[in-house]
Design a protein around this ligand. Structure first.
Ligand code: AVI
Length: 321
């Protein structure tokens, strides 16, 4: 008797890092007024672990609020979403959130997208054992500047999944560009997206400045990552974590503030920072429900539906392409 071979996930690595371009981008940011570092540099190995720890903090409500929302409204969401579509998980990470949806949404294929296909290997192999019949593909690509899915993702409607309110780390203008790209990529399917909403300051502020200091460590760790990438000599103890809600822009801003006047050096350059001078590291936009609905409509989506938790802190939108 021959035992049928187990289906294996396939992998495709499209993103190749370009050290010279990366260095140029980082140095431009460091020399800008005010200095800035893009939030994607938070996520080295330690930064990714610190982010996982953030999601478990009592103050960081988005992850557990979204999970509860999906558990409660999953069946209603499943009624809207087409069966047998290709589920494309943007920023899949450990693939946990999408894995919880397989039984509910019954996709024909699962495509996990992240910056590195290697990061997806373990999670996809585990999921494949749990769901042996599901076709699985891991794609390593950087979709933050352009979402251009490869032909291997296949024909037919796609269900794009972008949970966690990562859309909030784009400016609204960038978010619109990105949503237009998801609309084009959906091939007549749709987008299931998690969005963090405006809420009282006494909830927002501690979520980004927690009592244990995990978010502070996450923010300051970006400097250690930079030291490895460009050979700079940032000393993390010289930098204070700052997080506040910018009411006019409706966003949490994170910065690193110099505790004293200092000079940061790297091969071929340096920058002086005055005491109290800041490096801007992240924006996390908080939307009104109607404003995000309007953004989806402007991107070309129709039949937009939203589910929120009882306190209206977080929303999951389904939008047809
Ligand atoms: C990944 N992103 C949605 C998080 C957020 O809430 O904006 C990143 C984060 N920054 C500080 N805490 C969490």
């Amino acid at each position: 008797m021959t035992v049928p071979a187990l289906r294996q996930p396939r992998f495709l690595q499209l993103h190749q890092s370009d050290p010279a371009a990366l260095r140029a981008e980082l140095l431009t940011g460091l020399q800008a007024e005010p200095a800035r570092i893009a939030p994607k540099y938070f996520y080295d190995a330690l930064g990714s672990r610190l982010f996982d720890a953030i999601t478990e903090l009592p103050e960081y409500y988005p992850t557990r609020t979204e999970a509860a929302l999906m558990a409660e409204h999953g069946p209603a969401i499943a009624q809207r979403v087409p069966r047998g579509a290709t589920l494309v998980d943007l920023g899949a990470g450990n693939c946990e959130k999408a894995g919880r949806l397989f039984e509910l949404l019954q996709p024909a294929r699962y495509v996990a997208v992240d910056i590195s296909a290697d990061h997806l290997r373990h999670a996809l192999h585990c999921l494949q054992r749990q769901f042996p019949a599901l076709d699985m593909l891991g794609v390593g690509m950087d979709f933050s500047s352009r979402l251009d899915l490869p032909s291997e993702v296949g024909e037919g409607p796609r269900l794009l999944f972008y949970p966690g309110s990562s859309i909030g780390n784009f400016t609204p203008e960038e978010a619109l560009v990105f949503l237009r790209q998801t609309h084009a990529a959906a091939q007549g399917g749709g987008l299931l997206i998690g969005v963090d909403l405006r809420k009282p300051l006494d909830v927002l502020q501690p979520a980004y400045d927690d009592a244990l200091g995990v978010t502070a460590a996450f923010n300051r760790n970006v400097l250690l990552h930079l030291n490895r990438l460009i050979g700079s000599d940032f000393a993390v103890q010289d930098w204070r974590h700052i997080a506040f809600f910018n009411e006019a822009a409706s966003r949490i801003e994170m910065h690193l503030e110099a505790r004293r006047a200092l000079t940061v050096r790297w091969p071929g350059g340096e920058r002086r920072f005055a005491s109290g001078e800041r490096i801007h590291t992240e924006n996390s936009y908080k939307y009104a429900l109607a404003d995000f609905q309007a953004l989806l409509a402007a991107a070309g989506y129709r039949r937009i539906e939203a589910w929120t938790d009882a306190r209206a802190w977080f929303a999951t939108f389904w939008a047809e392409a």
